[in-house]
Ligand binder design. Structure first.
Ligand code: ADP
Length: 614
């Protein structure tokens, strides 16, 4: 698997810059307003401290001179200014709170959009690897919160930085050495934050698979699809045990990391307290000698105290930003993945209707991560405008043909042609629009019945007449009309008022979805597996009419379905071992004929209606 992890000397800085770009893309106006307000808010604390010095000195003078309007008015003016500054600080805080929430929402949605876009764009090969799922999980779980924390960190850094510079400027008149002492007293805290956040991230990456396993247990214990088996087989306790064992270990490891971090943080805090105590003692000594005024003492105390607090949070911000940028690196690592199914440089147009047919030529294919070839030097020609059945035992490679034809995977060798055009020369979007597929395990969409069908063709958005005729062709129309709100009934139980269907009914809904898509090639994987013999015969008659003129491929292990096709190809072990019509194949006396006879005997022995299958 490609590892697009940044090789740049400073991946944290590049993550930070990319996040800043994301924030900018998510909401430009908000970002500008946010930066301006932060800068003003950064200056206000220094203004308050500065004013407090004059206020105290004026107050001392006024007390000395005795109470009168002349002595009180400068004090009142300064007090008014001070109150105005404090009010402005509160106003800005409220405005920033609102802005921050608005921006967080925008950024979160923007990042989710990017992750969703990338997840859909990446091909199935990625989904076969556990490493990819680890990445996806990290990108989804940490990146959102961490990105926001990174922005918050950048904001605080800006605001605290401005305040700190202003406070340092206030301290310089008392000694140019004061700001460097301030800085030195907080360095141990920075060291603690950076070191422990690195450790935490390392631990987080190492344990991604464990966290995903807890999610798996959680899903098994709570998901409706697993609920019947979990109850019947009493799987609750073992799954809970599995969950608890992993959680206990993860919890222990995390708490031990945090415990060590807290201890180191405490030591760093005590150190900075000692420095601040010494500086204050020095200033009090000077005040006692009459070298500075009471107002100076007040200013110094506030500026040093707050400066030290600011310095700590500033360095904390930097440390947090460092660690968040390491986590956000996971998001960019995920967003940097590239689909492996490449688009043609100069795509050729797909034929709007097939004239000669589909040809697999010398195709070799193994699933990613597997050494077992599913197809080896595989040749097959499927005639245009006819119905071809592909039969064969489980695992013969039948379903794989459909996936290769849609370019969900590319073969390692050989190629697939539509009327002589290699499908790799057609854009994947156009190619996929040519094909409609009923997968063996179709998705059950928690949407209305009509929407479930209409999703088959999101481009031409079928109307209710198209939806109904697809439902009739799939043999589900009557069932849908009996639902509480007919076609507008919500299917599935995830949302309020949803109605559950049987497995066979869901299968027919998926079939209707495949039918509603007006594509020249139809691939149906086990379309009759849920049907009893009578429905199967009735459905096949309807299907033949619907498939008229289209190139249809039916993948099946049922002879009774296959026998009605124009051409039957028998697959075994990744090869086509015979092909022809039902009659020809029976006359040949090969694998098809033997399996047919054997199955008919078994079926006849068991019940008149049992279906023969390969
Ligand atoms: P059929 O449709 O004939 O039952 P498939 O085409 O589904 O067979 O599968 C052919 C072989 O490929 C089987 O041995 C199966 O185990 C393997 N296979 C199918 N899907 C995957 C996958 N996603 N990853 C790895 N192997 C797979």
């Amino acid at each position: 698997m490609v590892n697009p992890r940044s090789n740049s000397p400073s991946p944290q800085l590049s993550s930070l810059l990319r996040i800043v770009r994301l924030v900018w893309e998510a909401g430009r106006g908000y970002t500008v307003a946010w930066v301006v307000l932060l800068a003003i808010q950064g200056l206000l604390p220094a203004a308050t401290v500065y004013l407090s010095r004059f206020l105290v000195d004026e107050l001392v003078d006024a007390i000395r001179a005795g109470a009168s309007w002349e002595t009180a008015s400068p004090v009142l003016l300064l007090a008014g200014l001070m109150a105005g500054t404090l009010l402005l600080t509160e106003l800005l805080r409220a405005a920033l709170e609102w802005l921050r929430t608005a921006q967080a929402e925008l950024v979160q949605d923007h990042i989710s959009g990017l992750v969703h876009e990338k997840s859909v764009a990446l091909d199935l090969e990625y989904y076969e690897s556990a490493e990819f799922h680890d990445r996806l999980d990290r990108a989804r779980s940490d990146a959102n919160d961490r990105s926001l924390a990174l922005i918050e960190g950048a904001g605080s850094l800006l605001q605290n930085g401005i305040t700190l510079v202003a406070m340092a400027a206030l301290l310089i008149p008392y000694g140019a050495w004061l700001p460097p002492v301030l800085l030195a007293s907080t360095l141990p805290a920075l060291y603690v934050v950076v070191r422990f956040n690195r450790r935490l991230h390392h631990w987080w990456r190492e344990t991604t698979a464990d966290r995903r396993r807890t999610k798996y247990y959680d899903t098994m214990l709570t998901h409706s699809a697993a609920a019947p088996e979990v109850r019947l087989l009493s799987l609750g306790p073992p799954f809970q045990l599995g969950f608890n064992l992993i959680r206990r270990r993860l919890r222990g490891e995390r708490l031990s990391l945090i415990r060590r971090q807290s201890l180191a943080g405490l030591l760093a805090g005590v150190l900075s307290l000692l420095v601040s105590g010494a500086a204050m003692a020095w200033m009090v000594w000077r005040a006692l000698q009459g070298l500075v005024t009471l107002g100076d003492l007040v200013l110094f105390y506030q500026a040093f105290q707050r400066g030290q607090g600011l310095m700590r949070s500033l360095l904390g911000n930097l440390g947090q930003m460092y660690s968040n940028s390491v986590f956000v690196g996971d998001l960019f690592e995920f967003l940097g993945l590239r689909p492996k199914i490449s688009e043609p440089d100069r795509p050729v147009s797909a034929p709007s209707r097939l004239v000669s047919g589909i040809a697999f030529r010398g195709v070799a294919f193994s699933y990613p991560g597997s050494d077992n070839p599913v197809l080896k030097d595989f040749d097959l020609t499927i005639p245009a405008g006819r119905t071809t059945a592909i039969v064969g035992p489980n695992g013969a490679g039948k379903s794989t043909l459909g996936k290769l034809l849609c370019r969900l995977y590319d073969p390692a060798d050989g190629g697939i042609e539509l009327d002589g055009i290699d499908i790799r020369g057609i854009s994947t979007e156009e190619l996929r629009r040519m094909v409609t597929v009923l997968f063996q395990f179709p998705v059950q969409y928690h949407a209305t019945a009509a929407q479930n069908i209409a999703l088959g063709d999101s481009v031409s958005e079928p109307g209710s007449a198209d939806i109904e005729s697809a439902a009739r062709a799939a043999g589900i129309h009557e069932v849908l009309t009996r639902l509480p709100h007919g076609y507008d009934t919500l299917l599935g139980k995830w949302f309020a008022d949803g109605v559950e269907l049987s497995g066979g009914e869901w299968q027919r809904i998926a079939l209707a979805r495949a039918f509603v898509r007006q594509a020249p090639i139809m691939i149906l994987d086990e379309p009759t597996s849920f049907m009893d013999s009578w429905s199967e015969i009735e459905w096949l008659e309807r299907f033949r009419a619907l498939a008229e003129g289209r190139t249809a491929i039916i993948i099946t292990h049922r002879f009774t379905t296959a026998m009605r096709a124009d051409l039957i190809c028998v697959m075994s072990d990744g090869h086509v071992v015979e092909s022809g019509s039902h009659k020809d194949l029976l006359a040949n006396g090969g694998l098809y004929a033997q399996s047919w006879t054997a199955q008919m005997e078994v079926a006849g022995g068991r019940s008149k209606s049992a279906l023969p299958s390969l």
